[in-house]
Design a binder for this molecule. Structure first.
Ligand code: GL2
Length: 839
C-alpha cells in the first residue's frame, strides 16, 4: 500500500520518497533531514521547537502534492469556486489537525517516539495563529475545513496580521494584555507568493476623462499606493486529496524608500511611507462585537478586499477571455460586513478598469455575492463616517452614491411617498452626522442574505433588516452554524473518539449524523460506565493543567461547570457568578446541604477598552480567591479563571466539561458555536432560548437540556413596560444577600468601590436582564445538581446529547451554503505525478 502510494506520487521512484513517503521509517528519516537542512541542527543540540519545525516541514511536504493539484484544478475553466472573505480566520494550530486529516497520526506518533520524543509535546509547541477574536473567526476556520473535506473548490481571503489577538495574563485578578508575537519563530505552514502581489490605492481624488472610443470614464488618482503580498497556507480536507488555500495579505510600501526625500537628506521622511504602509496589517482589532470606528480598520478592510478581488479577476482571466462569466465561476461570501466594501470595489474594477457598462456589471456583482450577518447588537453594526470614507476611498464613495441612487429609485417605485423607508434603506445614514452603512451595502449588493441560526435569521427579518426583507424577501435565508468534528472531537478528544469508533465505526467523523447509532447503547450499563471513565480521565488531565497553570487544586470528581467565551455583558458571565455566590451563601448557612461538589471554570478575553467586561473578570477572580480559600467549604466549590482562552485551550476544556453555560439574554447571541462543541463532547447544557441553543434543545430533546429564562418576546415585553430591576432585589431575599455581599466589599478585601459598578449597573439599569432571569437560573441549576447526583441518569443524558449532535457539523452548514447560496459542486482531486516535466 505504501509503495503504491509512492508510485502514484512519483512513478519514477519505486522506493519511498523522503518527501512523500508515509511509513514510519521514512517519516523518521525525513524529520531528521529537515532538522539538519532547514533548522540547521543536529538532534543533540536541537530544541523542542527545532523538532517541531522539522516535523511541521515533514508534514507540509506531504501536503504539497495535494495542494498544488487542488490549486491547478480550481483554475480550470468549468470549475466554480467559493471565495470566503473574512477579516478573521481563527484557524488554531495546524500540525495536529493536518495529521488527522492526512490520516497519519499513528505513524507520526510512532516515528517521533522512535526518535525519543513525544508527539503531543511537539504539537503543544506550535504557536497558534490568533487571527480572530472569537466565534466569527473560528467559524470561518471550521468552514475552511469543511469546504476542503467536502471537496469544494474554495479559497479563504483575509489579512495576515503581524500581531493577532493579544495574549491575556491575569495579574492580581485583572486582565493584562500582552502583544501576540505568533510569527517570531517563523511560520512553517505558509508560503509567500510575492510574484502575485497587487497594488491598492488610498486617498487622493478622482478625475473624469473620455477614452479613445469617446466613452465617459473615471479614474482614481490616489494619494498613495500600498502593495499587498499574499501568504498561502494549505487547508487539507479530511481523508481527501483536496487542499484549498487560505490566502492572507500582508501590506508593504511600494518602494521601501522615497528616494527624492532620501536624497534631500530627510531620512525619516523617506521611510515614513514604508512605516505607514506596514502599519496597515500590524494588528487585529481586539473588539469582538461592538466595532471600533477607527480609520485604520477601514484601511484594513479595503486593503484585503481590493487585493482579493484583483486576485480573483487575475486568476479568472487565465482561463477565461472576459469577466462576463465571473458570477458563474465565483461565489463570494461576505463574512459579516467587514468585507462589504467588496460590493463597491467589484463595481469599480468592472466599470473603471474593465470598462463594463453599469447594468451588466451590477448583475455580475449581485449574482456573485452572498452576505452572512452575525449579530443583532445595534452597537456592532458597522458604519463609517462619510468624511473618513470619502477621504480614504474617494472613488468607492462615488460608486456607493451611484448604487444608492439607483437602488432608492427602485424603492421609491415600490413604496411611493414613504420617506421613513427610504431613509432606513439608504446606504447613507443621514440621521445626525452622515455615515456609510455597511450592512445596507451588503444587503443591496448580495443575492442571498443569511443569519446563523433559525432564531437569529427570523429576528433579522423582524428587526434590523425588516425593511430589506419587505423589499426582497426572496434574498433571505438561514444557515445554522456548525463546527468541525475533526478538530473539536477527533483531535481534541481522542479517548471519546476511540470509544465511539469502537461502537459504530468511524464514518461519523465526516457523516456526523451517524452518531445517532449511539442511541442504541444508552441502556447498556457497561457502555455508560466506559463513557464515564473517558470523561473522568479527560477531567483529570484538565485538573492537572489547572493546577500547573493557576495553582488551584480541583477535584476531578466534582461537576465541571464551564463558561468559556469572550467576556461580554450580554453573555452574562456575571449571572453565573451570582449563582456561585448563592451556593456559597447556602453552604455557609447550611454546611450539611446535599449538593454535588462543583468546579466553576471560566475563560475568555475582554476587549481592552471594555470597562465592564474587565470588571467582570475581576469579579470572577475575586470571588474565586475567597471561595477557594474558605476552609468551611471543604473544597466543595472551586472557581477557576483560566488565562488566555484560545483555540488550543478550548481543545483542552470542551472535552472535560460536564455542564456547558449558554446563558446569554434571549435574542442577543446570534448563534454561538461553543455550545455545539460542548454538547458534541458530552456536556449537558444549561441555557436560554437564544441562538443555536434553540436548535440544540430541539435535537437533543427538552428532557436532556436545562432550560431557563425569559424568551425573546418576553424580554421585549419586560423592556416595553419599563423594566425595574430593583424590584427583583427588593422582593428576592436570596438575590439581595448575594448583591449585598458583593457591595460590602466581602470579595474585595473591604474595598467597596471595586465591584460596585457591576452591582449598580444591575440595580439601576440591568440592560441584559440578569435580575429578571436570576430565580429561573437558580432553579434550573438545582435541577442540574439533582441530575448529577444520579450518575446513571447523567450518563444517559450525556450519551444522548452526543448521539443527537449530527446537525451541528460544519459539513452540514457548508452543504447548505453550497446548495442554496453558492451553487457549487464538489470536484475530486486526482493526484498527478510530480516530475520535472509537469513541475
Ligand atoms: C458572532 C456571534 O456573536 C456568535 O453568536 C456567532 O456564533 C458567531 C459566528 O456566527 O458570530 N458575531 C460576531 O460578531 N462575533 C461572533 O462570535 N464576534
Amino acid at each position: 500500500h505504501l509503495s503504491l502510494m509512492a508510485s502514484i506520487l512519483n512513478p519514477n521512484v519505486t522506493i519511498e520518497d523522503d518527501r512523500t513517503g508515509l511509513d514510519i521509517e521514512t517519516i523518521r528519516r525525513a524529520v531528521l533531514d529537515n532538522l539538519f537542512y532547514i533548522q540547521g541542527k543536529f538532534p543533540a543540540i536541537a530544541t523542542k521547537h527545532d523538532f517541531y519545525m522539522a516535523l511541521a516541514y515533514t508534514v507540509r511536504d506531504r501536503l504539497l502534492q495535494r495542494w498544488l493539484n487542488s490549486v491547478q484544478t480550481n483554475l480550470k475553466k468549468d470549475v466554480k469556486s467559493v471565495a470566503y472573505l473574512s477579516a478573521e480566520f481563527l484557524v488554531g494550530p495546524h500540525l495536529g489537525n493536518n495529521l488527522i486529516n492526512l490520516d497519519i497520526y499513528q505513524q507520526v506518533e510512532q516515528a517521533i517516539k522512535e526518535s525519543g520524543l513525544n508527539l503531543q509535546e511537539l504539537i503543544d509547541t506550535e504557536e497558534e495563529p490568533g487571527l480572530g477574536n472569537g466565534g466569527l473567526g473560528r467559524l470561518a476556520a471550521c468552514y475552511l475545513d469543511s469546504l476542503s473535506s467536502l471537496e469544494i473548490p474554495a479559497i479563504g481571503y483575509g489579512i495576515r496580521y503581524e500581531f493577532g489577538i493579544f495574549d491575556q495574563h491575569i495579574q492580581d485578578g485583572w486582565q493584562v494584555e500582552i502583544t501576540d508575537k505568533w510569527l517570531q519563530y517563523g511560520n512553517p505552514w505558509e508560503i509567500a507568493r510575492p510574484e502575485s502581489s497587487v497594488m491598492v490605492n488610498f486617498g487622493g481624488r478622482t478625475e473624469a476623462y473620455t477614452d479613445d472610443h469617446g466613452a465617459f470614464r473615471v479614474r482614481w488618482i490616489p494619494e498613495y499606493v500600498v502593495k499587498g503580498i499574499p501568504y498561502d497556507t494549505p487547508i487539507l480536507g479530511y481523508k481527501v486529496n483536496t487542499a484549498n488555500t487560505l490566502r492572507l495579505w500582508r501590506s508593504e510600501a511600494c518602494e521601501s524608500f522615497n528616494f527624492e526625500r532620501f536624497n534631500q537628506g530627510d531620512y525619516y521622511g523617506a521611510v515614513d511611507s514604508k512605516v505607514h504602509s506596514e502599519n496597515l496589517c500590524k494588528v487585529l482589532y481586539p473588539n469582538d462585537e461592538p466595532i471600533q470606528g477607527k480609520e485604520l480598520r477601514l484601511q484594513q478592510q479595503y486593503f484585503f478586499v481590493c487585493c482579493s478581488l484583483q486576485d480573483m479577476i487575475r486568476t479568472h482571466l487565465i482561463e477565461n477571455s472576459s469577466l462576463d462569466n465571473f458570477d458563474q465561476l465565483w461565489a463570494i461570501q461576505l463574512n459579516d460586513t467587514h468585507p462589504a466594501v467588496a460590493v463597491a470595489e467589484l463595481m469599480r474594477l468592472l466599470v473603471d478598469v474593465h470598462h463594463y457598462e453599469w447594468e451588466p456589471a451590477w448583475q455580475i456583482t449581485e449574482n456573485t455575492f452572498g452576505y452572512t450577518n452575525h449579530t443583532l447588537l445595534p452597537e456592532a453594526l458597522e458604519k463609517w463616517p462619510l468624511s473618513i470614507f470619502g477621504r480614504l476611498l474617494p472613488r468607492l464613495l462615488e460608486i456607493i452614491y451611484e448604487i444608492n441612487n439607483r437602488f432608492l429609485e427602485r424603492v421609491r417605485i415600490k413604496f411611493p411617498d414613504n420617506g421613513s423607508k427610504m431613509s432606513s434603506l439608504s446606504i447613507i445614514d443621514e440621521s445626525d452626522d452622515k455615515y456609510v452603512r455597511m450592512a445596507n451595502l451588503a444587503c443591496i449588493g448580495s443575492h442571498r442574505i443569511n443569519g446563523v441560526a433559525q432564531l437569529h435569521s427570523e429576528l433579522l427579518k423582524e428587526t434590523i433588516l425588516h425593511d430589506f426583507y419587505a423589499l426582497f424577501p426572496e434574498k433571505f435565508t438561514n444557515v445554522t452554524n456548525g463546527v468541525t468534528p475533526r478538530r473539536w472531537m477527533v483531535l481534541s478528544n481522542p479517548r471519546l473518539t476511540e470509544l465511539i469508533t469502537q461502537k459504530i465505526g468511524n464514518r461519523w467523523i465526516n457523516h456526523l449524523d451517524e452518531l445517532k447509532q449511539l442511541e442504541q447503547f444508552v441502556d447498556d450499563a457497561s457502555f455508560r460506565s466506559q463513557w464515564r471513565q473517558v470523561k473522568q480521565e479527560v477531567k483529570q488531565d484538565l485538573a492537572k493543567y489547572i493546577e500547573k497553570k493557576v495553582g488551584i487544586v480541583v477535584n476531578p470528581a466534582s461537576l465541571f461547570d464551564v463558561q468559556v467565551k469572550r467576556i461580554h455583558e450580554y453573555k452574562r458571565q456575571h449571572l453565573n457568578v451570582l449563582h456561585i455566590i448563592t451556593l456559597y451563601n447556602r453552604l455557609k448557612h447550611n454546611p450539611n446541604l446535599d449538593i454535588p461538589p462543583r468546579t466553576f471554570i471560566f475563560g475568555g478575553k475582554a476587549a481592552p477598552g471594555y470597562f465592564m467586561a474587565k470588571r467582570i473578570i475581576k469579579l470572577i477572580t475575586s470571588v474565586g480567591d475567597v471561595i477557594n480559600n474558605d476552609p468551611d467549604l471543604k473544597d466543595r466549590l472551586k472557581v477557576v479563571f483560566l488565562p488566555d482562552y484560545n483555540v488550543t485551550l478550548g481543545q483542552r476544556v470542551y472535552p472535560a466539561a460536564d455542564l456547558s453555560e449558554q446563558i446569554s439574554t434571549a435574542g442577543k447571541e446570534a448563534s454561538g458555536t461553543g455550545n455545539m462543541k460542548f454538547s458534541l463532547n458530552g456536556a449537558l447544557t444549561i441555557g436560554t432560548l437564544d441562538g443555536a441553543n434553540v436548535e440544540i434543545r430541539e435535537e437533543v430533546g427538552a428532557e436532556n437540556f436545562f432550560l431557563f429564562g425569559l424568551t425573546t418576546p418576553q424580554v421585549a415585553e419586560v423592556k416595553s413596560h419599563g423594566y425595574y430591576p430593583r424590584g427583583h432585589y427588593d422582593s428576592n431575599e436570596e438575590l439581595r444577600g448575594v448583591l449585598d455581599l458583593i457591595s460590602c466589599g466581602f470579595f474585595s478585601r473591604g474595598n467597596r468601590e471595586l465591584l460596585q459598578p457591576i452591582v449598580d449597573n444591575l440595580l439601576y439599569d440591568d440592560p441584559y436582564l440578569l435580575l429578571a432571569d436570576y430565580q429561573s437560573y437558580i432553579n434550573s441549576q438545582e435541577e442540574v445538581s439533582e441530575a448529577y447526583k444520579d450518575q446513571e441518569r447523567w450518563s444517559r443524558m450525556s450519551i444522548l446529547n452526543v448521539a443527537r449532535m449530527g446537525k451541528f457539523s460544519s459539513d452540514r452548514s457548508i452543504q447548505e451554503y453550497c446548495d442554496n447560496i453558492w451553487k457549487v459542486q464538489p470536484v475530486s482531486i486526482k493526484l498527478q505525478a510530480y516530475n520535472q516535466e509537469n513541475a
